[in-house]
Design a binder for this molecule. Structure first.
Ligand SMILES: *Cc1c(COP(=O)(O)O)cnc(C)c1O
Length: 355
């Protein structure tokens, strides 16, 4: 039986997507060739890329004027590409620091120009989302991280932004309905909620590009990839294909509104057990709790071995918290079924009963 997979990333993908992907590795589109041994310029693969790009536009409900791209280098390379493409010579940017990923993004920007940190929750190990901050009006862009994968916090209400609005959505893109047009640039490594590791989705509003006066290296210039429809160089064909299948799965089942409802149920089920069960404590500020990653501690470490043996016995995978938070982290990405959360909650209850 398949394990209940709470891995933080790379993470669970829909079982039917894995099955289709494995078939395509052997025989893609009845070509009697593998997906990964044909040209990325073949019409069969070009149509995969086209479908992936149009599914992104459709699912995020983007109007004309936004370009999705499938790039490489992970979300980490976007930490650099964003300032390269958006920060003017001698310009500055504003960053909201809500975790280690946000901090890494901020540090890349600092190498290129001035950065104003408008809010920072490092004082409490990033267990909350700063609020009530002001974004200076003279910055080239504002950057935030919608979901903080390591600490289990999530921005519920995005600030109103008068400058360019940039968001790292690596760990919650396609998980909830928000107005994606409030952003000028969104990026997300595929491996948290969309596909395998190896590709990064970037969605940019075309009109914001080409305004910095900087000389941008070809591969780091978004306009290169937009003009070549993510085929300037060889794209990561397998990662793009599996991402496309996952987006197709999402669309066929009812899109983001469908998955958001299930994600809410999963989060509610687990957080209410964390709050009810006297043996556990959640680590994130309640109002900022993430629907994707729930972090919690076992109050008495003496029970650790027993609890972990029960998790193992129950087929629970990937529940270890990040080393900077400790304890446990249940990642409940789109493809994780409600039944898996129920299985975890049942173990937490049984552990309480036996303690
Ligand atoms: C995982 C993660 C990253 C880093 O992604 P890579 O693709 O490994 O570079 C960046 N931001 C957030 C929010 C993440 O969860």
């Amino acid at each position: 039986m398949k394990k209940h997979n709470f891995s933080a990333g790379p993470c669970i993908l829909p079982q039917e997507v894995l099955k289709q992907a494995s078939e395509a590795v052997l025989n893609f589109d009845n070509l009697d060739l593998s997906l990964i041994e044909i040209s990325h310029r073949s019409k069969n693969f070009v149509s995969v890329m086209d479908e992936a790009i149009s599914l992104v536009k459709e699912l995020l409900q983007l109007p004309e004027g936004y370009s999705p791209m499938f790039l490489q280098g992970g979300a980490s390379l976007e930490f650099l590409m964003v300032p390269y493409n958006l920060m003017k010579q001698g310009g500055k940017a504003a960053y909201l620091e809500t975790g280690v990923w946000a901090k890494k993004a901020r540090q890349e920007a600092e190498a290129m120009g001035e950065v104003v940190v408008v809010g920072n929750s490092a004082d409490k190990n990033y267990s909350y989302i700063p609020k009530g901050y002001t974004i200076p009006s003279d910055v080239d862009y504002f950057h935030c991280t919608s979901n903080n994968t390591i600490y289990g916090t999530q921005i519920k209400a995005f600030p109103k932004v008068d400058t360019l609005n940039v968001c790292d959505m690596s760990s919650d893109i396609f998980s909830r309905q928000i107005d994606f047009t409030q952003f000028d640039l969104i990026y997300a490594g595929a491996q948290k909620n969309m596909g395998p590791a190896g590709t990064t989705l970037v969605v940019v509003k075309d009109e914001i590009l080409g305004k910095t006066g900087r000389q941008i290296p070809t591969m780091l210039d978004y306009t290169t990839h937009i003009s070549k429809e993510s085929m300037f160089n060889t794209p990561p064909v397998f990662a793009v294909y599996v991402s496309m299948l996952t987006l197709r799965w999402l669309k066929e089942n009812g899109g983001i509104s469908w998955i958001e409802n299930i994600n809410n149920q999963k989060a509610q089920l687990l957080y209410s057990e964390i709050d009810r069960n006297p043996l556990f404590t959640g680590t994130a500020e309640v109002e900022d709790r993430s629907n994707m990653n729930a972090c919690f501690l076992l109050n008495d470490e003496a029970g650790k071995d027993k609890f972990e043996a029960m998790l193992k016995e129950g087929g629970i995978n990937g529940l270890n918290g990040h080393r900077s938070v400790g304890g446990y982290r249940a990642s409940m990405y789109n493809a994780l079924p409600l039944e898996s959360v129920q299985a975890l909650v049942d173990i937490m209850r049984e552990f309480e009963r036996q303690s």
